[in-house]
Write a protein that binds this ligand. Structure first.
Ligand code: GP9
Ligand code: MN
Length: 427
């Protein structure tokens, strides 16, 4: 209702953090790549098996002097998994308490997504994925989000051994995607969704080039092997970008969408981390995923701010020089100086640099359980909880009430879904 919209707008007015003037517009007019690392967790960065780096190319990228990396960046997905990550990244709205925004509302709702915003600023916009276009209702949702092109599996040459699990193997997918990337008018916004590093982490023999881990947990031990393959695919793609010159005039954003190893595998997780056992706090920290931004001339380094997927869109807008102060977005710029660092999980738990609430328990920043909260601690914890509850419930209102249909920010044109068609036409 319009009252719900009012409460959203008044919340945002008080709580949206401002952009950072030393970063604002640094990537203005550049091409943008969003490189989706499937099921890729932060612990893989610089992780070794038998003394061998699992992800040498991603590690190098992480530490590059022109890469801004975040080491307290959390996935915030719910049941919608990849689709929740996409929804957060490109709309700064959360997934739902159950189900998926893209599946349930992607076709019908009004959105003001990043591709649409950039389209209206003269960008061409394209998504690439080696699975069927209908998975997670992408083929409809992407129209609502303003994607001009969606290169789904129909656009790539298929052979029997080209695919594993959900779709084309990453190396084959990325290699074929370059053919379309080459033709995109610049500046462009291109999202590439990989898939090989997906449960159950299967890979053909000739692509296995690192040993499995030896926890004895069958669903866990192949994970580093497909992650290693994904890393090689990433490395090949970066080489292509360098060769084609795109590396120097693009902002390259790389992120992991969600955990690859679920909390059902506590014993194996403890072994991977070299611990005797893992606490609920350790498992919450295990939800960290990479978030990195590479841009020629950008002052890189590891930023320790606490944030998550909901914060990506305002961060990218800041770098792209887009004023988003009148947009309905629930995250806040990771580069902002006075941002709220409470990271909401979809189940109502949260983590922060001071206290974290997991289940019914509160932990300090070293992971110690706090049994009796002081009055001052109680005050802080309550305020972080109410922030968490508030952003989640506002997001649910926006999505389930389709509130964005009642609010068009000045300077933004409502997306017309019938402008788009993604059908592959041969020849
Ligand atoms: C399939 C892929 C997998 O197209 O994106 O989604 P997930 O199972 O990770 O949510
Ligand atoms: Mn996924």
């Amino acid at each position: 209702s319009s009252n719900d919209l009012k409460s959203v707008l008044s919340y945002l007015k008080k709580n949206r953090s401002s952009s950072n003037i030393s970063y604002f517009g640094k990537a203005k007019g550049k091409n943008v790549f969003i490189f989706h690392l499937e099921s890729f967790q932060q612990f893989l960065i610089n992780y070794k098996v038998d003394g061998k780096e699992v992800t040498p190319n991603i590690n190098k990228f992480y530490s590059d002097s022109n890469t801004l990396s975040f080491d307290n960046f959390f996935n915030q997905v719910g049941q919608g998994k990849t689709s929740d990550a996409e929804t957060m990244l490109e709309n700064s709205l959360f997934g739902l308490p159950s189900g998926s925004v893209m599946t349930q509302y992607g076709t019908s709702n009004t959105f003001q997504a990043l591709p649409a915003i950039l389209d209206q600023k003269g960008y061409s916009t394209a998504a690439f994925h080696g699975d069927v276009g209908s998975f997670w209702n992408r083929d409809n949702t992407y129209k609502s989000w303003g994607y001009q092109y969606f290169f789904d599996d129909d656009y790539y040459k298929q052979k029997t051994d080209y695919s594993v699990g959900y779709g084309l193997k990453d190396k084959i997918f990325l290699k074929q995607a370059t053919k379309y990337i080459q033709q995109l008018p610049q500046p462009f916004y291109a999202k590439l969704i990989t898939v090989t590093n997906h449960y159950p982490y299967e890979l053909d023999k000739q692509n296995q080039s690192i040993a499995k881990t030896t926890t004895g947990d069958k669903t866990v031990d192949g994970y580093v092997q497909t992650a290693h393959y994904l890393d090689q695919a990433f490395g090949e793609f970066i080489s292509y970008l360098k060769k084609s010159g795109l590396y120097n005039n693009s902002m390259i954003v790389v992120y992991g969408d969600h955990y690859g190893i679920s909390n059902n595998h506590k014993k194996a997780i403890a072994q991977l981390l070299g611990k005797k056992s893992v606490s609920s706090y350790d498992l919450a920290m295990f939800q960290k995923v990479p978030f990195m931004i590479h841009l020629n001339g950008l002052k890189g380094g590891v930023n320790h701010t606490y944030g998550g997927e909901i914060d990506v869109m305002p961060t990218l807008e800041d770098l792209l020089g887009i004023d988003s102060s009148n947009m309905i977005q629930l995250g806040n710029d990771l580069l902002s100086e006075n941002r709220n660092q409470t990271v909401a999980f979809r189940d109502g738990d949260y983590v922060s640099p001071t206290y974290s609430k997991i289940g019914s328990k509160v932990y300090d920043s070293s992971g110690n359980l706090i049994n009796n909260l002081t009055t001052e601690q109680k005050k802080q914890v309550n305020s972080m909880q109410s922030h968490t509850d508030k952003v989640l419930s506002l997001s649910d209102k926006i999505v389930t009430g389709d509130l964005l249909r009642f609010y068009t920010p000045s300077g933004f044109k409502k997306v017309n879904k019938s402008d788009y068609s993604y059908k592959y036409v041969d020849g």
